[in-house]
Each structure stands twice: as C-alpha cells, then as structure tokens.
Design a protein around this ligand. Structure first.
Ligand code: ATP
Length: 139
C-alpha cells in the first residue's frame, strides 16, 4: 500500500522555511513543474525560478512559496528542497517586487548593448513570479 503522506523540508542557505508532513507538493524543476505524491520514485532534480506549493497533512491547507534555483531530492517518504532563494508567499514584499519588475523592464527597453540581457530576464522572471504569488496569498 502506498503511504498517504511524506515528510517535506524546505531550506535555504539561511533558514528552514518548512518542515512537516504533506500529502502532495509541486516544485519548479528545470524541465517543468513536477508533481510529487507519497511513494514517488527516488530522484534528484534541479530547480529553477517558480512556485513551490504543497498541502499540509494536518491542516489540509495549501501553502505557496517562491523559489529560485537549487535542488530537490525526492524519496518515497521524504522530500528535501534546498533552494538558493525562497520566500513564503505571505512574506513577499509586493512593492519591492514591483520595483524590481519596473527596473528590469526599463533595462530591457533601453536596449543598451552593454546590458547583460540574460541577467535582466532572470530578474524580471523572479519579479513576475513574486508579484503573482504575493497577489494570490491571503493577506
Ligand atoms: P531585488 O532587486 O529587489 O533585490 P532580486 O530578484 O534581485 O530582487 P534576489 O536575488 O532574488 O532578489 O533575492 C535576494 C534576497 O532578497 C533573498 O534573500 C530574497 O529572499 C530577498 N527578496 C528579494 N525580493 C524580495 C521580495 N520582493 N520580497 C521578499 N524578499 C525578497
């Protein structure tokens, strides 16, 4: 019989953002969003910019977090997310993300040949994901 939960831990270099039993999770893998259910086959995936979501077993509440880069190790009964950058949706500073978006858009529109476009596009992607997440979090 498959287990009905797995233990999820989400850490960044500076903090433990979550640890507890969950019934499902979704993480932004390099090849696309990856859904994880209890009993998932073991794997390691690299993470990109996006949203982590999961359903806490005890409260049945769905949680949302922003994440940028890192790794996820999946085992049948335990999933560890080691994110380079991550924030709970409710902790995202919306006006900071909107300023980051405006800065990135200005840089892209200025078409300065000295601009590192890849870097600006990644900054814009982070800002857009943060804005989307902050707007859908209940606060
Ligand atoms: P900014 O230009 O506003 O610094 P950024 O995308 O360059 O944005 P990151 O490099 O992704 O910032 O993150 C640097 C640190 O700042 C991380 O610890 C991250 O959690 C935090 N951070 C960045 N933007 C926000 C935000 N809008 N709300 C909360 N924390 C944020």
């Amino acid at each position: 019989m498959l287990p009905e939960k797995f233990f999820l831990e989400i850490v960044t270099p500076s903090q433990l953002l979550y640890s507890g039993n969950v019934t499902e999770a979704t993480v932004p893998g390099l090849a696309g969003y990856m859904g994880i259910l209890p009993g998932h086959a073991p794997l390691i995936s690299e993470l990109t910019i996006g949203e982590i979501s999961f359903v806490e077993q005890a409260s049945r509440r769905k949680h949302h977090m922003f994440c940028a880069w890192g790794f996820c190790e999946v085992l049948p009964e335990q999933v560890s997310v080691l994110a380079q950058i991550a924030e709970r949706a409710e902790d995202i500073d919306l006006s900071r993300a909107e300023s980051a978006k405006a800065r990135a858009e200005q840089r892209l529109n200025a078409k300065d040949p000295d601009t590192d476009f890849k870097r600006v596009q990644l900054a814009l992607a982070r800002a857009l994901h943060r804005i989307q997440l902050a707007k859908k979090s209940n606060r």
